[in-house]
Design a protein around this ligand. Structure first.
Ligand code: NAP
Ligand code: COA
Length: 275
């Protein structure tokens, strides 16, 4: 395929992208990028108000949209959402498992129910979504993108529950890549770094510390929803037709060993010495 057809407005024409958590933040950014290449969009979340606002935004970009209020922990509700999305837009070609919950808390203060809430939304919710979408993905020889995070492969303080859930998601991704390759279904994960203007950053970046944290990221900035949206379009497109079972880290280098405080201290020391 010629590279410039990757940018064609109709690359995803008549293709349905089903996005859990598509009503806000990174996942809405992913939806916007699929709208730019002609996709039909089905979005899922719990809050009807958020779904209405996101639908209006995506329709203004020219996309056909169906919105479904459902909790990803509720399997029958997801089955119903997938059936009605199929009716409105056609079978799912790309599934984005993006719905998630997060709050920072020291491990000794996370209640069993708090741990369970996050694991149920992130991990069980992702399995539910894939399981309920399987027949449609099989019919379209589609693909799945899971939204992971750095704490899946490195421990982050106060994120024991989220790290466990996201690590589980990445293992589920590899398992499904192994099992569903025979149906032509590709499965990959994206692990974003901190993304500007999102709920995740509002919850996890202490007020006043954004500049310091940006200095600890080799590329010197937080990411944007478009950084993740463009990567998602690439991964779901025929340009990535031989990629399955991969975890793609899009974090500006944040999780590279050496990108933390030590590097900052040495850099400050060198600056002092060299002027
Ligand atoms: P967000 O705007 O809060 O997105 C979460 C979405 O999931 C919302 O649309 C929310 O809508 C939906 N959701 C939550 N619980 C749900 C449930 N039980 N059933 C159905 N939908 C549910 O947060 P975000 O920061 O953009 O995060 C989006 C994704 O990126 C998450 O997977 C997160 O772990 C990942 N991530 C974020 C960052 C970051 O910097 N923000 C970094 C790495 C990874 P309702 O509340 O209306 O249900
Ligand atoms: N610190 C410690 N525990 C917390 C907490 C916090 N900030 N927020 C919630 N919990 C605990 C609750 O106390 C409860 O445990 P308990 O029954 O032992 O008291 C448990 O988590 C479940 O809380 P509940 O409010 O019933 O969960 P929910 O299913 O309605 O919501 C959350 C799930 C908690 C993850 C909620 O923050 C949410 O809906 N988040 C979605 C948006 C989001 O997190 N975006 C960022 C993505 S990176």
């Amino acid at each position: 395929m010629l590279l410039n057809s990757y940018f064609a407005k109709d690359l995803f024409q008549n293709k349905t992208v089903f996005i859990t958590g598509g009503s806000s933040g990174i996942n809405l950014g992913i939806a916007r990028n699929f709208a730019a290449v002609g996709a039909n969009l089905a979005i899922v979340g719990r809050s009807q108000d958020k779904l209405d606002a996101a639908s209006a935004e995506l329709r203004a970009l020219g996309a056909k949209v169906s919105a479904h209020s459902a909790d990803v922990r509720d399997y029958p509700a997801l089955e119903a959402a997938l059936a009605s999305a199929r009716e409105a837009l056609g079978p799912v070609h790309t599934l984005i498992c993006g719905a998630a919950g997060n709050f920072p808390a020291p491990a000794e203060q996370i209640s069993p129910n708090g741990f369970k809430a996050v694991v149920d939304i992130d991990l069980l919710g992702s399995f539910n979504t894939c399981r309920a979408a399987f027949e449609q993905l099989k019919a379209t020889q589609g693909n799945i993108i899971f939204i992971s995070a750095g704490m899946a492969f490195l421990p982050y303080a106060f994120q024991a529950h989220v790290g466990a859930a996201k690590a589980g998601i990445d293992n589920l991704m590899r398992n499904l890549a192994l099992e569903w390759g025979r149906f032509g279904i590709r499965c990959n994960s994206i692990a974003p770094g901190p993304i500007e203007g999102t709920e995740g950053v509002r919850r996890l970046v202490p007020e006043g510390s954004a500049d310091l944290l940006k200095r600890m990221i080799p590329l010197g900035r937080f990411g944007t929803s478009d950084d993740i949206g463009q990567l998602s379009v690439f991964l779901a497109s025929p340009l990535a037709s031989y990629i399955t079972g991969a975890l793609i880290v899009a974090d500006g280098g944040q999780n590279l060993p050496g990108s933390g405080a030590w590097t900052q201290l040495i850099a400050a020391e060198l600056k002092k010495a060299n002027g």
